[in-house]
Design a protein around this ligand. Structure first.
Ligand code: ZN
Length: 241
């Protein structure tokens, strides 16, 4: 059995379509929030996760669309894209997003968008912060998203070890260790690698693969520019930043 872990699709259907090629009918799909925002095809992305019966979480972009997070929380380009999304997303997609929880547990793992102590808002960006979270919260393995950086933090009870997944990679989860793992962003990677990023988790083997795959970036960029979204949202896709 495989669990496909997707996060931060951000309305980039071209990236999602490429990832979908790697998904089998028997896979379970989890989506750790931010299905929409930034990209030009929010409805197509929502439709795909609904068709696949993916277990989806609320991200900060969905929270803003639903009036649960003020738009002033976001930087100006993100806010502009959110206003665009609000205008262009259909009612059916919006009511689906409204039904999403902010965290869930399965396969002895916790799944959140941001962090275990602040599921929608907190960005985990350093080993020091990871250590604080390991000490404050009670979980063995937590999958998160939000930062758009594919990386993991491992805690042995004394020290935090950092594992980059910039080029993808593999990790076997061992007893006696705790893990905070980000499988990266499907639709807007920010770790310097523009390839779409996602995870494949094998619960029985406690094994994770993070994959980076090519997709038609030019097509996604063109759609953002044609839609009249901020140009920087197109150009950042090329550099993965
Ligand atoms: Zn995001």
């Amino acid at each position: 059995m495989r669990v496909i872990i997707l996060s931060d699709i951000h309305g980039n259907f071209d990236a999602l379509e490429a990832v979908a090629q790697r998904v089998c009918d028997t896979d379970v799909i989890v989506v750790l929030g931010d299905i929409v925002g930034y990209g030009a095809e929010p409805d197509r992305c929502v439709q795909w996760v609904r068709e696949k019966r993916a277990c989806c979480l609320l991200g900060n972009h969905e929270a803003c669309l639903l009036g649960m997070l003020p738009i002033s929380w976001f930087n100006p380009k993100a806010a502009e894209a959110l206003l665009w999304t609000k205008k262009n997303i259909n009612f059916s997609s919006l009511s689906f997003l409204e039904s999403l929880p902010s965290c869930f547990e399965a396969y002895e793992c916790l799944f959140v968008h941001g962090s275990p102590r602040s599921p929608i808002e907190e960005y985990i960006t350093s080993p020091w912060q990871a250590r604080e979270i390991f000490e404050e919260e009670n979980f063995a393995v937590c999958f998160f998203g939000h930062t758009h950086v594919a990386e993991g933090y491992v805690w042995d009870g004394r020290k935090v070890y950092h594992i980059p997944f910039r080029e993808g990679g593999e990790l076997v989860l061992e007893d006696g260790f705790r893990y905070l793992i980000n499988c990266g962003s499907v639709g807007q990677p920010r770790d310097g690698n523009p390839k779409a990023s996602f995870g494949i988790f094998f619960p029985e083997e406690r094994r994770l693969e993070v994959q980076r795959i090519e997709y038609n970036i030019q097509a996604a960029m063109r759609k953002i520019l044609i839609a009249g979204l901020p140009e920087v949202l197109a150009y950042r896709l090329e550099v993965g930043g």
